[in-house]
Design a protein around this ligand. Structure first.
Ligand code: DLL
Length: 427
């Protein structure tokens, strides 16, 4: 198996030894230099020396977003501010901002991990890469940019927005690879199609998509519409940015966690108990090499499953179903936007542009799936009624479906907002 770095295919024993050594370093580094970790470890009655094998990590306390917010701006740094070479700031969809800091060495690590991620996706040196992730405080644009250059690619740093211009640049410059959120890739795809380009005319061969949940159906939509291999990648700013886990084009079966730098766990989101491999739950990460901002057992709120490696020795995480924050509880039934997305795309008459509106009517929550119809001949049964029926039989909930004209659901240029919560206004 070809890989960018030999560690990707090292034996489990070799990997575990490296993880343990780095884990012990991280715990000691965090304990010695970050007051939050010293207080939290002391309160839990654990000391970095108690970690004798990776499983011992389960005795250490979790870190949550609120801990990072409380330490705003630089309280989670384990090195003096003067050693920081980059800051990224995430506003988050709700609540206060959090800051991520990187030393020069952290930036080198990140760049190498991004080069690895792109190579795993099928990128090769000298390819031309169109980067439509937002540049700026978001980690996507600059993180991807550095990785593509590290691999030896040429980057077109377009950033998000100006969708018509993006389409024209793709026609004119003929890039091999597209980097974007999957929802924005769809918008670019629609703009290309509107100019009469079909998959066979489009130069792109690979799409590296991430930063938001997307389904297998959406993968097919993008692969067929753009004539590419569409590959998933996962990450979060608190842990480093993109480059935490990457799908391999050979297998397209979930993302290999770069386990030499991030130690993954799955926990029960309600009890916090560590779950065995293969169980579904919340992803938790511990950084293994980060100098500026080590994170110990960071609770991501992302729901997935850990599986054994395939194209690499490192473990895989299954495609993220959603964030626990985005789980809709509709009359006692848990619903994720990704489940609705799959059911929408089962019907060729419906487009992958949708938003879920939540209302409160007569003290009960209700959901309306606002989804676009694809242009094309009318006829046959009513696609709205058919979707409502599929949702009812598959998920067990009653929803309203509003079919809307092509182009009427707002397009994202970054992360799509799938839920419009009107419950406060309609209560
Ligand atoms: O979204 C980093 C990133 C940039 C990843 C570009 C991939 C590509 P944040 O803005 O901190 O960082 O958001 C992190 O986005 O906790 C997940 O909820 C979600 N997310 C990221 N990647 C995926 C993915 C970047 N592949 C949050 N599938 C995470 C599903 C994802 N959700």
């Amino acid at each position: 198996m070809r890989s960018y770095d030999p560690i990707e295919t090292a034996s489990r024993d070799e990997l575990t030894a490296l993880q343990l050594q780095r884990l012990r370093w991280t715990l000691a580094h965090a304990y010695a230099h970050v007051p939050h970790y010293r207080t939290a470890f002391d309160a839990a009655g654990v000391h970095p020396d108690d970690c004798r094998e990776p499983g011992d990590l389960a005795h250490f306390p979790f870190t949550v977003k609120q801990d990072l917010r409380a330490a705003f701006p630089f309280g989670m740094f384990a090195v003096p501010r003067e050693q920081i070479r980059r800051l990224h700031v995430s506003s988050g969809t709700t609540g206060a901002a959090t800051v991520a800091g990187y030393t020069a060495e952290d930036l080198r690590t990140w760049r190498a991990l991004m080069a690895r991620t792109m190579y795993a996706a099928g990128a090769q040196p000298r390819m031309l890469v169109h980067n439509a992730y937002g540049y700026g405080l978001f980690t996507g644009g600059l993180g991807m940019h550095a990785g593509a250059e590290e691999l030896g690619c040429a980057v077109v740093p377009v950033s998000g927005g100006m969708t018509e211009r993006q389409a024209q640049l793709i026609i004119d410059l003929r890039p091999d690879m597209l980097l974007a959120t999957p929802s924005y890739a769809l918008a670019i795809m629609d703009a290309l199609h509107a100019r009469g380009c079909r998959a066979a005319d489009i130069s792109l061969r690979v799409g590296l998509f991430g930063a938001e949940p997307w389904t297998e159906r959406m993968r097919r939509e993008l692969e067929e519409g753009l004539g590419i291999d569409a590959i998933d990648n996962y990450g979060l700013s608190e842990v480093i940015g993109p480059g935490v886990a990457a799908e391999c084009f050979e297998s397209k079966d979930g993302m290999h966690v770069w386990e030499d730098h991030f130690y993954p766990e799955i926990i029960d989101p309600d009890t916090g108990a560590a779950l065995p491999e293969g169980a579904f739950g919340e992803l938790v990460f511990t950084s293994l090499s980060k100098q500026a901002m080590p994170v110990v057992r960071y609770r991501t709120r992302d729901l997935s499953r850990l599986l054994p490696g395939t194209a690499r020795t490192m473990r895989r995480m299954e495609k993220v179903t959603g964030r626990s924050d985005d789980m809709i509880v509709l009359r006692g039934v848990n619903v994720f936007p990704s489940q609705i997305e799959t059911l929408i795309l089962d019907d060729a008459r419906l487009a992958p542009h949708y938003v879920l509106e939540l209302r409160r009517e007569a003290r009960l929550d209700s959901m309306t799936v606002r989804v676009e119809r694809r242009p094309g001949p009318e006829g046959g049964d009513d696609p709205a009624a058919a979707l409502a029926q599929r949702v009812k039989t598959t998920l067990g909930v009653t929803v309203h479906v509003a079919l809307v004209a092509p182009g009427s659901v707002e397009r994202s240029v970054g992360k799509a907002k799938r839920i419009l919560d009107l419950r406060e206004v309609t209560a």
